[in-house]
Design a protein around this ligand. Structure first.
Ligand SMILES: [Zn+2]
Length: 236
């Protein structure tokens, strides 16, 4: 088990926007820490009910999508070893319109409840989707209020942070996690999000071919850029 100095189980809180963010962006890292005994709580702010992918051939419609995506996310959580799943039940594609204070307060209450050792969320400007940026901004504010900023990391896309200078960061701000041993779990989680991945032919290739499409590393930005104590290859 992955434990703190006090002998208690380490905890990770991931606050994301949509079912699939956890698998597609940082599934290898979540699977890695779950396999080491870290207790993971995932929040999905929405149920992804406005998603444009309906399966291939389409088997969902606007009415059935939210329930289907919840089931698929629960399957993905099993693949990755995520133990707790919560929804904020915000309508998909409207997170940016939620009152900022009320959203921050919800995340703050959750942080105080879980008391995580590591928090993951989106960067408030590099998140790539308005829902991502909005939940990232609220989670960052909540971490500031609760004194968790030094354990907050922003998830990033692909290997973009191999060259962080392009985003105004330097290599010392980047955490690089080796997830090679956990790519099978990541692939299983991709496939669990069936309605989102069925149009991506590569996901359904034979395992060894599909696994070859993944990078070996997942990258995170430190929220607290002043902290230099931590190693770059481990979030804990
Ligand atoms: Zn998303």
């Amino acid at each position: 088990m992955n434990t703190t100095n006090k002998g208690t189980v380490k905890k990770l809180l991931a606050v994301f926007a949509h079912p699939d963010d956890e698998s597609f962006i940082c599934g290898g890292t979540l699977a890695k820490y779950a396999s080491e005994g870290v207790d993971i709580t995932l929040v999905s702010a929405t149920r992804g009910d406005m998603g444009r992918r309906m399966g291939n051939p389409p088997y969902l419609n606007r009415e059935t999508m939210a329930a289907a995506r919840e089931i698929e996310l629960r399957d993905a959580c099993k693949c990755l070893g995520i133990q707790q799943l919560l929804f904020f039940d915000i309508r998909d594609k409207t997170v940016e319109f939620i009152d900022e204070e009320s959203l921050t307060s919800r995340v703050e209450a959750l942080i105080r409840d879980v008391n995580p050792d590591v928090v993951l969320t989106f960067h408030e400007t590099l998140g790539g989707h308005p829902d991502h940026c909005a939940i990232g901004k609220a989670t960052t504010a909540a971490c500031q209020r609760t004194g968790h900023l030094d354990s907050l990391y922003f998830i990033t896309f692909g290997d973009a942070m191999e060259r962080p200078e392009r985003f105004g960061y330097s290599h010392k701000d980047v955490m690089k996690i080796d997830v090679e041993a956990h790519l099978k779990a990541k692939l299983a989680a991709f496939r669990a999000h069936r309605c989102q991945t069925e149009i991506d032919e590569w996901v359904w290739l034979p395992d060894h071919e599909a696994l070859a499409k993944f990078g070996r590393y997942e990258y995170f930005l430190k929220a607290d850029r002043e902290s230099s104590a931590k190693k770059r290859d481990n979030l804990f």
